[in-house]
Design a protein around this ligand. Structure first.
Ligand code: AMP
Ligand code: MG
Length: 358
């Protein structure tokens, strides 16, 4: 399928502003919409159904609760308490230990490409504080000794880590939040909704006319222009989570450095990919025993970005997890796994070459 850039922009706007458009169009079904800033991210909710106002309110409260739970920068979050515990066993609660446990599982499954104990390295690069700098190679090497989920221990609502180890759930937190959004939509019997938590999108049900939601995959070459897309996905009951170096980066001496760190080197991953989108079902829980597919998509989008095209596709084929991928490459290709073949649109004039892989 092909779609012009202009139409793509209109369709993306339709996802983001479904409430406004529907209201302007005078359709019977009026959604409740809300913009929220939480977890350092601009978020947008659009919710339909008789319980939409109550669901939006519950969703906002839940996002604020999760921010307080997972923040690495706030003084009194359980994550901060754990990071400052200096090796002591700390009560962090069942929810956080379940999320840390899931993070550990995805870390193992991805051979360490996803690793929340990368925290001290992310801090050294200044991505936590906003004071970006290029750390010296010796500093990176010494910090890497603290990295690895083997340094984290969990037991019934408590956690303890080696004294120098720290965790950063930035690579999984919004995905977990999107799982929680799905849970709220289920509880309030919401028929259709979208929740865009930065690059983590939940497309719940269908659009009011019964067709799938249109979710744009941002063109990593034009991060400032939200209408510039690499492709469009037609999604119904799905999570779509995108990780890309373009989302957070800084320049130093003519060189660009982004926020997704390869735990094998301690440097921003240079894998030939500019973004990875992971798509999975939001009703069925394929991540048995783990927090849910939103969490899975988030952990994997970060990990597969680190791995690069070849390893990411191998993981898709053999990893045993039910999900589909859109990989955007530095050399101008959009690689789409076959489960999305009928659910994506090319963008005319984007200049990308499109490949479906099986
Ligand atoms: P995402 O946008 O989901 O790809 O997550 C990126 C964020 O996760 C970064 O801003 C860091 O806080 C953290 N992070 C960076 N590299 C990794 C990694 N290899 N594994 C887990 N978390 C990471
Ligand atoms: Mg992620």
């Amino acid at each position: 399928m092909k779609v012009s850039k202009k139409r793509a922009a209109a369709l993306l706007a339709a996802v983001c502003l479904a409430g406004m458009l529907s209201a302007c169009g005078g359709q019977a079904e009026e959604p409740s919409s809300r913009q929220i800033f939480a977890m350092d991210t601009a978020m947008a909710l659009t919710v339909y159904g008789t319980e939409s106002s109550a669901a939006v309110q519950a969703a906002e409260e839940e996002l604020m609760r999760l921010e307080a739970l997972l923040s690495r920068t706030s003084e009194d979050s359980p994550v901060t308490a754990l990071n400052r515990a200096g090796g002591r066993q700390t009560v962090v609660g069942e929810e956080l230990t379940a999320l840390l446990d899931a993070a550990g599982t995805y870390s193992r499954k991805t051979g360490g490409a996803f690793d929340p104990t990368i925290a001290p390295v992310v801090l050294a690069w200044g991505f936590t504080t906003g004071h970006n700098r290029v750390p010296a190679p010796e500093e990176v090497a010494s910090l890497l000794e603290t990295v690895g989920m083997e340094h984290v221990h969990l037991d019934g609502g408590t956690a303890w880590m080696d004294p120098e180890t720290q965790v950063d759930l930035g690579g999984i937190g919004k995905g977990y939040a999107s799982d929680r959004m799905a849970e709220i939509f289920r509880r309030y019997e919401i028929p259709r909704a979208t929740a865009a938590l930065g690059g983590n999108v939940l497309a719940w049900g269908t659009r009011p006319d019964g067709t799938p939601w249109r979710v744009g995959v941002q063109d990593p070459r034009s991060p400032e222009d939200s209408s510039a897309l690499a492709c469009l996905l037609h999604l119904e009951d799905a999570f779509a989570v995108t990780s890309g170096g373009y989302q957070r980066h800084f320049e130093s001496e003519g060189q660009s450095y982004h926020h997704i760190i390869d735990p094998a080197t301690g440097y921003p991953a240079q894998s030939g990919l500019t973004s990875v989108t992971v798509v999975a079902d939001c009703r069925r829980d394929d991540a048995a025993g783990l927090p849910g597919n939103g969490t899975m998509c988030d952990a994997l989008s970060t990990a597969l970005f680190v791995m690069g095209e070849e390893k990411a596709l191998d993981f898709w084929r053999t990893g045993g997890l039910e999900m589909e991928l859109v990989l955007v490459t530095e050399d101008g290709r959009v690689v789409v796994t076959k489960g999305l073949a009928e659910r994506f649109e090319e963008i005319e004039e984007s200049g990308y070459r499109y490949e479906i892989v099986s």
